[in-house]
Design a binder for this molecule. Structure first.
Ligand code: NDP
Length: 520
């Protein structure tokens, strides 16, 4: 057994120090790597209370000052990147490349972008009003208060810190409940925050099980960003609804990839392999189903199988591997079930297909051919290293099948004709569609990221998401000082007739308002 981490973090600032513990195991070896508090509902309430108090001073700072402190946090993260990568590799079983590029780098970039962009995005702005011309309207973006962040295990550094950084730059305090499977990386993020001399209570971590997350929703937060599965998301959204807490729901995906007849074969094949097997397929935007035009299908499938067989899989803490481990045994069982169901209904396993024997949780990168929509692998989220192929005769058929899903997070279209690809993209039902690329919008900080249908609502990243971390306050100011206002008391017949005439003049067909609306 390797070295077991003690409860990480600076004892004074972590919640739940006296609580029972949850344990974190390395997926690649099965060894226990550390423990973290299983924070009780009472302790969560105390954490939110401390966050609310700390938010008052933090929220009162100019946004530029908050941004410069967040850059200090970014610098500390960059300084300690190798330490973070080491822990991500151990706790998640993901390759070092992915730990660095998809986790640490994304967070560093995000902090840099918002530090620069937030002052502009959050600056009060005047809007033009067409009727109340005697007044001026301004929109302000005050912080909401305490933002709760509940996050999953698949990107346990990037996803929670994305939301935490955005919440903080907007002037909120943030309380994070990480997945119980990957608590140590969240504790590390908190430890780095504290070590950088940043205000302890403004960013807190409450590790624990699902009930710790439920307690966070009940602890007095003003906004919640939830990232996780659809089933949990429904429970969480209902709990928010009961308390009228506004929330963002970032839920599961079933990303289709449409390979048009003119798609570049090599790029499409490589994109499928990367998009299907990055993070061992445990990504909400993984390529989860391929619809390949019959003109390209056989050659594409063959190349994908060939590239898949070249992937190097193993313990990422020992070697530079392409594919690491599967987070816990249940995810392997899910993959096995999908494959058994598909094969029973006529699919063929063309690569992989089974778990790797020995210590640790590994599953072979799997390519399935001859799939169709009677199979669970084409309908339900896989969240593992399986890429199912289906041949289609037209792009219309591919579009219909791509849209035949209860999920709508990401989608991919491959065509040599970019404009054609874009036109298809417009018709795919998804929150984000990439033409001739995969996964990259997960790190496109300026662009809103999120889903439609049961993939959730609200957006992460981009201007909209930052403003969503705030209340929108409308402040209306008079232009001219008067003693009374024609809209106010007293109500008289003369006044009534004046407005009646005004109604016709302004809104009657071809009236004044039509002219005004033509001008504005
Ligand atoms: P879960 O839905 O199981 O868990 C997500 C988080 O919710 C965890 O921290 C979990 O805690 C917590 N939780 C569980 N029960 C409750 C509750 N009753 N109240 C509040 N919080 C609760 O998801 P996974 O961790 O298994 O993550 C995988 C899922 O996340 C996939 O479906 C994937 O598609 C989705 N996902 C979506 C993304 C997006 O941006 N749309 C990005 C990444 C993943 P605990 O772990 O302790 O149970």
């Amino acid at each position: 057994m390797g070295h077991v981490l003690s409860i990480a973090g600076n004892g004074a600032s972590m919640s739940g120090q006296g609580s029972p513990k949850i344990r974190s195991y390395a997926p690649a070896t099965g060894e226990l790597i550390g423990e973290a508090p299983n924070t009780s509902p009472d302790e969560v309430k105390q954490a939110v209370l401390r966050a609310a108090r700390a938010q008052e001073a933090w929220g009162a700072l100019p946004v530029e000052e908050r941004a410069s402190r967040l850059l200090r946090y970014r610098d500390a993260i960059v300084e300690r990147a190798e330490e973070i990568v080491d822990l991500l590799v151990r706790e998640c079983g993901k390759p070092r490349h992915e730990a660095l590029l998809h986790e640490v780098m994304v967070v560093a970039d995000l902090a840099t972008y918002y530090a620069k962009a937030a002052p502009k995005i959050l600056a009060p702005r005047e809007i033009s009003v067409h009727l109340m011309k005697h007044r001026r309207s301004f929109l302000h973006y005050p912080a909401r208060g305490v933002v709760g962040v509940i996050s999953p295990w698949n990107y346990p550094f990037q996803l929670p810190l994305r939301d935490v950084i955005m919440a903080l730059v907007a002037g909120n305090a943030a309380v994070l409940k990480p997945s119980e499977v990957t608590p140590l990386i969240a504790v590390k993020a908190k430890e780095i925050w504290d070590a950088a001399g940043l205000p302890e209570d403004v960013f807190q971590v409450v590790t624990g099980e699902g009930k710790t997350g439920a307690a966070l929703i009940d602890a007095g937060i003003q906004f919640l960003v939830f990232t996780g599965g659809v089933a949990t998301g429904k429970r969480v959204a209902a709990a928010c609804g009961e308390r009228l807490i506004p929330c963002v729901m970032e839920l599961g995906g079933k990303a289709p990839l449409i390979a048009c007849s003119d798609a570049d074969l090599e790029r499409t094949a490589r994109a499928i392999v990367y998009g299907g097997f990055s993070n061992a397929g445990q990504a909400c935007i993984s390529v989860e189903r391929v619809y390949a035009h019959r003109d390209i299908h056989d050659r594409l499938l063959e190349r994908v199988v060939n590239l898949t067989q070249q992937l190097h899989q193993g313990d990422p803490s020992k070697d530079f591997v392409d594919i690491g481990a599967i987070i816990f045994p249940h995810q392997i069982e899910v993959a096995e079930k999908h494959i058994a169901d598909a094969v029973a209904k006529g699919a063929e396993v063309r690569a992989g297909g089974k778990r790797v024997p020995g210590a640790g949780q590994f599953f072979e990168s799997t390519v399935l051919a001859k799939c169709d929509h009677t199979m669970t692998v084409m309908k339900e989220e896989i969240f593992g290293p399986i890429v199912p192929f289906m041949q289609v005769t037209t792009e219309e058929e591919a579009l219909r099948l791509a849209n035949e899903s209860h999920l709508g997070l990401n989608a991919y279209v491959f065509s040599a004709d970019r404009e054609h690809g874009r036109r298809i993209a417009e018709r795919v039902q998804a929150g984000g569609v990439l033409v001739n690329d995969v996964l990259s919008n997960g790190g496109t900080t300026e662009a809103p990221f999120g889903g439609i249908k049961q993939s959730g609502f609200g957006r992460a990243m981009g201007e909209e998401a930052l403003r969503e971390m705030c209340n929108i306050k409308h402040i209306s100011v008079d232009r001219v000082a008067t003693k009374n206002d024609p809209l106010w008391f007293p109500y008289t017949e003369k006044g009534y007739n004046f407005f009646k005439k005004g109604l016709r003049v302004m809104f009657g067909g071809g009236g004044l308002m039509k002219k005004i609306s033509e001008i504005f």
